[in-house]
Design a protein around this ligand. Structure first.
Ligand SMILES: Cc1cc2nc3c(=O)[nH]c(=O)nc-3n(C[C@H](O)[C@H](O)[C@H](O)COP(=O)(O)OP(=O)(O)OC[C@H]3O[C@@H](n4cnc5c(N)ncnc54)[C@H](O)[C@@H]3O)c2cc1C
Length: 345
């Protein structure tokens, strides 16, 4: 896929040393939503670009950060490849170089991006980020099984690193840095923004389709559109809540604000996925089979959204939301009973 990121998107891809977007969280989230409304595949690549540049800004050495700024300005796209199967990537150190082996799966933009951050196990089994100059090395690409339901243009295929060697300073940060919270879980705020942008487009296209065909006064269609609108509003509110939690953390990066970023992102993931499921079903019913044929945009939108909604560990996220709710309730009881004891009430 030849991915191009429009200048208005690239303009927000700048982070300060704390990984805070230079143009602000509002601009970052709005750009992701815009990208999602235009094309969810481009939004996926853009989201990885932001994630990658944010990681370099936070964990990179002065030289790595300067180099990344030049690379980004020169049009090189960043990304993050963490997902792998049993044959994941590991490395050892030999002759002052890192010697890699193994495969990454779901490597979005395998042929389009130049600077993926690849997580790899070191000799002690710890996850280490590596900043890989993909345009300067030879990797294996296996796309034989890449026939997805949607998001095909992201080219999220398997990439093999057997025989690749990198200089020692390709290491980004320390082992374990990639999973540091709230950035790891809170990063979900970016993809829910992109998903919500695609939902905005789907609702708008459905309204246009019904108006064009004079089907906008039918009471069942109006009721269906109302449900879509409510679900879209829910998704928007959760994205805004996630963005605001980040803003509060940026202003005061303490444990309480970090925990709130994670709660807000977790809830947004679940709520946006649920809203999307309702909108998808209603949009397909509203436009019918005729609408689900090209050149109408619905078939592609539906396929891409259904695929992009599949994000890591949805059950574990729902579980964490429930566990946190119980932990908060238990803590409130303990504080309440301590107060009663103290006051003798
Ligand atoms: C279009 C697209 C592009 C992507 N690009 C990238 C990329 O560039 N870089 C990257 O790192 N990743 C990428 N990913 C991968 C993504 O981040 C997730 O890792 C992936 O979508 C999760 O795959 P899965 O749904 O098959 O996961 P699974 O973990 O297999 O989840 C499937 C279901 O099983 C449940 N489940 C999970 N674990 C267990 C368990 N132990 N026992 C029982 N049930 C379980 C889950 O809750 C879920 O319901 C991409 C994904 C997509 C769809």
């Amino acid at each position: 896929m030849s991915v191009t990121l429009d200048p208005d998107l690239l303009a927000v891809a700048h982070y300060d040393d704390r990984g805070v977007p230079v143009l602000g969280r509002d601009a970052e989230i709005a750009a992701l939503a815009r990208a999602g409304a235009r094309d969810l595949c481009v939004a996926r690549i853009f989201e990885g670009h932001l994630n990658g540049l944010g990681l370099v800004a936070r964990f990179g050495t002065t030289a790595q950060r300067a180099c990344a700024r030049l690379d980004a300005r020169g049009g090189r796209i960043f990304g993050v490849w963490n997902t792998e199967d049993e044959d994941g990537v590991a490395f050892d150190v030999a002759d002052e170089r890192l010697r890699l082996r193994g495969w990454k799966s779901w490597a979005s933009g395998a042929r389009a991006i130049a600077r993926p951050i690849v997580t790899a196990r070191d000799a002690d089994g710890r996850a280490q980020m590596l900043l890989v100059p993909l345009d300067a090395i030879a990797v294996a690409i296996d796309d034989t099984k890449w026939q997805p339901l949607g998001m095909e243009a992201t080219d999220s295929v398997r990439v093999g690193f057997d025989g690749v060697t990198l200089p020692r300073d390709a290491r980004l940060g320390e082992p374990g840095d990639y999973m540091r919270e709230p950035w790891f879980s809170g990063g979900a705020t970016r993809f829910v923004a992109a998903q919500t942008g695609a939902l905005e487009r789907l609702v708008t296209e459905t309204l246009e389709y019904l108006i064009d065909r004079g089907r906008d006064a039918d009471s069942l269609q109006v009721a269906r559109v109302a449900e879509m609108r409510v679900a879209l509003e829910t998704a928007r509110l959760h994205v805004a809540r996630g963005r605001d939690a980040w803003k509060a953390f940026d202003a005061a990066p303490d444990d309480a604000h970090a925990a709130d970023v994670v709660v807000a992102a977790d809830c947004a993931r679940v709520a946006v996925a649920r809203a999307a499921t309702g909108i998808l079903e209603r949009a397909m019913t509203a436009v019918g089979a005729r609408g689900l044929v090209a050149p109408h945009p619905f078939a592609r939108l539906v396929r891409d959204l259904q695929m992009y909604l599949r994000q890591p560990a949805p059950d574990a996220i729902a579980r964490r939301i429930g566990d946190t709710a119980f932990a908060e309730a238990r803590s409130a009881r303990t504080i309440g009973s301590a107060r009663s004891t103290a006051t003798g009430a």
